[in-house]
Design a protein around this ligand. Structure first.
Ligand SMILES: [Zn+2]
Length: 174
């Protein structure tokens, strides 16, 4: 059982992850239908009922794509633990060792000390060596080239950065 519920649009497009309480409210209002899995069992004075792990809205909502909530883990996941500066990734040999996930950190393109914030566009995965070499400088100042432009990920990445129940996967395409 998962403690959260994946809410899909009528078109089966993932909208967001909602807490059980909110899922129950939507079920009571009859605006959603269960699609897959069991997220929780809810006990009422008279009955016990199961809250599905995946819910689908009965009517299409025209939802503007919300920006995914930023997190360090989300950045590393979005970039697949690949360094935006040298391109090294987990399993590569670099600096006479085999790189593991702990060799990668979140780099602020515009350093925080210079006003750069925690946003998808200003952060990227960087190996410890590139991050150290760059220091509190911009890539331009450090003479370092970014291999891609950091972007706000699709919803799927965000959800995927946490624990994803098996029954969510086909809807998130992860
Ligand atoms: Zn690097």
């Amino acid at each position: 059982m998962s403690a959260r519920v994946l809410l899909l649009n009528a078109t089966y497009e993932p909208l967001r992850v909602i807490p059980i309480r909110r899922a129950v409210a939507l079920l009571m209002r009859g605006v959603v239908e269960g699609v897959d899995g069991v997220a929780a069992q809810v006990h009422t004075p008279n009955a016990v009922f199961e809250v599905p792990s995946v819910l689908r809205l009965r009517y299409y909502v025209n939802a503007p794509r919300r920006g995914a909530v930023w997190s360090r883990r989300g950045v590393l996941s979005r970039d697949s633990y690949r360094c935006i500066y040298c391109g090294a990734s987990v399993g590569d040999r670099s600096h006479s060792r085999i790189l593991s996930r702990s060799d990668f950190t979140v780099d602020h393109v515009i350093p925080r000390s210079r006003g750069g914030g925690n946003s998808w566009g200003n952060t990227a995965c960087a190996c410890l060596w590139c991050n150290g070499r760059k220091g509190a400088r911009t890539p331009h100042e450090a003479g370092m080239r970014m291999r891609w432009e950091p972007k706000t990920p699709r919803v799927g990445y965000v959800v995927a950065s946490g624990d994803v129940p098996a029954e969510w996967r086909i809807y998130l395409r992860v």
